[in-house]
Design a protein around this ligand. Sequence first.
Ligand code: C5P
Length: 217
Amino acid sequence: EHPQLLVGKTITITAGPTREPLDPVRFISNHSSGKMGYALAEAALLLGAKVNLISGPVTIKAPTGANLINIESAEQLLTESLAYAPQSDAFIGCAAVADYRAANIATQKMKKQGDELTLTLTKNPDVIAAVANFKQNRPYTVGFAAETQNVENYAKGKLKNKNLDMICANDVSKSGLGFNSDHNALTLYWHNEQLELPPTSKTEIARKVIEQLAKHL
Ligand code: C5P
């Protein structure tokens, strides 16, 4: 019943949060559930694609048939993305990558100190920008932009600055949509067109995103 629009195509998807270690027992992370990335993987599999799912730690199960690659840190995400992206027709960056990591990771558990503790953080690599800037074997590159204001401006800025082909923007200030929710609404932007996807389940919206992606491959 699903048209096999993606047979012979390989799609690599990043999903979930990253974990940036501080010491052997602590890390910095975020609330990404991985639901959107996993729903995209399932939708791509339904249309016959081969799917690599590079995922941070999540509690949900990977769809049957996906090649699951588990990572923790942004640097590990970069390494795996650089390995899989060149063999992919499309790369979808859905992971909530931590913008910063600890400048120094303590080798022993950090001890309690005075009333204040200062952490020095250093910028993480921008994984999707690295892929989008490949000079050869560059996959069709799709990003996500979760914003709480000026959604259109910020999304279009990221589309351009990161050299993406398509970006899926969502307004995470709307309660019940986006982060950690089972529902989402997105606006898709390309360099010279856009498409509004009204609120629905992440399963449904993922199918629409993948259908649009298939048209552009
Ligand atoms: O700049 P911002 O983090 O909002 O961009 C979001 C998009 O960039 C998402 O597609 C996300 O997966 C990707 N990203 C990335 N590496 C980073 C930060 C974001 O791939 N270090």
